[in-house]
Design a protein around this ligand. Structure first.
Ligand SMILES: NC(=O)C1=CN([C@@H]2O[C@H](COP(=O)(O)OP(=O)(O)OC[C@H]3O[C@@H](n4cnc5c(N)ncnc54)[C@H](O)[C@@H]3O)[C@@H](O)[C@H]2O)C=CC1
Ligand SMILES: C[N+](C)(C)CC(=O)CC(=O)[O-]
Length: 474
């Protein structure tokens, strides 16, 4: 069933919410009086379309519909969720929230993206708003801090998980929740370091990205400090570095005065550092880097990688009548090359994913491999027939040409969205005992399931290119 979300305020954060919901199959209605809102959101959407699907090895659901409204009322009609992302001014938020309560569905979740206000402030004049504070870019970063009524937060958590996010319900309300308490402390200290001439904006950013920034995405603060305590762990770490908190290492609570001089200093240094790129180009660079890092985290299931794995497992696998669909995904930007299309190596990578999926289908899954049995690929033959491009839907069907004894002979067809064959990959595998590293017979259960596929596929026409070698130049 398709859900509808109403996005009230479609700037940096509202635009990110639009992309997160739309690309996960929700219908989205937007209300924002800015005449430029539609253009800005369409630019955010094209960046989201090139990055979000690249995180997954399965296709996301078909996009929902997107409508822009001139009035708030129609935007709210039928919405299951209303997400307010107007500027951070309490009186404006109060005004918008009372319109949402009066005109919107009585049972809709009302979330506020507020970075700093508490639910008790947002609901000071009545209302039922919870804080649903995301992180930029909302379409890629999973975290949403939820604060407020327990039952509403629980309903919100379920819906957020279904769109691939990581809801964290904050135990007690506090100004700026958790993330922004931390970020503000770092920002404030950074401003002092630059104001005092210790470093430039660029040098400060290098300290983060060449050092501790790399650690934080995968283990956070406390797990990395546990390791920093050596074999003696956290207690030793605290004994060694705790006293430094009382030395004058940091200025913390003092806020530097925002004089014109300080603002110009920071803005000029930032222009010198990054002014050669547009904001959209910077966003694309950020997104490509995030996708690469998050895909690496998927391999170990650490941090955001675990959230992606759980979401991917819940995405449905497409099924066709004749042949099993073993891959259904989009071509990620990272698979394209200097020719502007999918690089040859990734046709093999995609077919390896199809083989892995087929192995799971016959019961040669992770548990089977952990038990010491598997298949090894001994030969691949790829025929490249058509270009695939970034963002294209890629489906693979797998035909069993032979599945008997130790041998498994597969024929993968890589299909475009239109159903045309972009490539074929013929694969020969041998069953192997992982202890002796020698060929062996599969278990009875695997042989039986493989036999079923082989019998079902026996009457299908043999593909023309099966068994063919490379043709000599003519
Ligand atoms: N920018 C960021 O990094 C983050 C911001 N937030 C929070 O998200 C909220 C929005 O911030 P941004 O997106 O950065 O601001 P923004 O200035 O980019 O966008 C605000 C949007 O609200 C629209 N707006 C103004 N009055 C409106 C009204 N009466 N009805 C509907 N729309 C209206 C504006 O036209 C604008 O498009 C704030 O509460 C902020 O604290 C949360 C996480 C991160
Ligand atoms: C700067 N900010 C306080 C609006 C930042 C956030 O709220 C979260 C983020 O994305 O960094």
């Amino acid at each position: 069933m398709t859900h509808k979300v109403a996005i009230i305020g479609g700037g940096v954060i509202g635009g990110g919410w639009v992309a997160r919901f739309l690309l996960n199959g929700w219908d989205v209605a937007v209300f924002d009086p800015d005449p430029e809102a539609e253009r800005k959101i369409s630019e955010v959407l094209s960046n989201a379309r090139r990055s979000l699907p690249s995180l997954y090895d399965k296709a996301l659901p078909p996009e929902g519909s997107l409508r822009f409204h001139d009035d708030i009322g129609p935007a709210l009609d039928g919405a299951v969720w209303v997400q307010e992302s107007v500027p951070e001014r309490l009186e404006l938020k109060h005004k918008i929230h009372s319109q949402i309560v009066n005109l919107g569905p009585a049972d809709a979740i009302i979330g506020s993206s507020t970075s700093g206000f508490k639910p008790s402030e947002l609901n000071a004049h009545g209302g039922r708003v919870i804080v649903a504070h995301p992180f930029n870019p909302v379409y890629l970063l999973p975290l949403v801090e939820l604060v407020g009524d327990g039952q509403t937060c629980a309903r919100a958590s379920d819906l957020l998980r279904a769109v691939g996010m990581y809801p964290l319900t904050v135990r007690k309300e506090i100004d700026a929740h958790i993330g922004d308490r931390l970020l503000e402390a770092v920002w404030r200290e950074g401003l002092w370091l630059i104001k005092d001439g210790i470093c430039t904006t660029e040098e400060l950013d290098e300290v983060i990205r060449m050092g501790f920034g790399l650690r934080w995405a995968q283990m956070g603060l406390f797990e990395t400090y546990r390791i920093a305590g050596g074999e003696a762990g956290m207690k030793h770490f605290m004994a060694q570095f705790g006293p430094a908190l009382e030395w004058p290492w940091t200025k913390l609570m003092d806020v530097p005065e925002f004089t014109d001089e300080l603002v110009d200093l920071i803005a000029d240094q930032s222009d010198a550092q990054s002014g050669h790129m547009s904001i959209r180009a910077l966003e694309r660079l950020r997104d490509d880097n995030l996708v690469g890092m998050m895909r690496a985290l998927k391999k170990t299931g650490s941090g955001a990688g675990g959230v992606l794995n759980a979401h991917e497992a819940a995405l449905p696998q497409a099924i066709t009548r004749d042949l099993p669909v073993t891959v259904d995904r989009t071509v990620p930007q990272s698979w394209t090359d200097y020719n502007g299309h999918m690089n040859e190596a990734h046709y093999v990578e995609a077919s390896a994913q199809a083989t892995d999926r087929f192995m799971e289908m016959i019961g040669a899954d992770a548990e089977y491999v952990a038990g010491g049995q598997s298949y090894f690929t001994v030969e691949n033959h790829v025929c490249y027939l058509d270009e695939m491009n970034e963002g294209d839907r890629l489906t693979i069907t797998t035909q069993v040409l032979m599945g008997e004894g130790k041998r498994l002979h597969l024929f993968h067809r890589l299909l475009t969205a239109a159903g045309d064959v972009a490539a074929t990959v013929e694969t020969m595998l041998l069953h192997v005992d992982l202890t002796t590293r020698r060929t062996s017979l599969p278990s009875e259960a695997v042989a039986e399931r493989l036999g079923q596929f082989a019998r079902n596929h026996a009457d299908l026409p043999r593909p023309e290119s099966a068994g063919r070698g490379i043709e000599g130049g003519k």
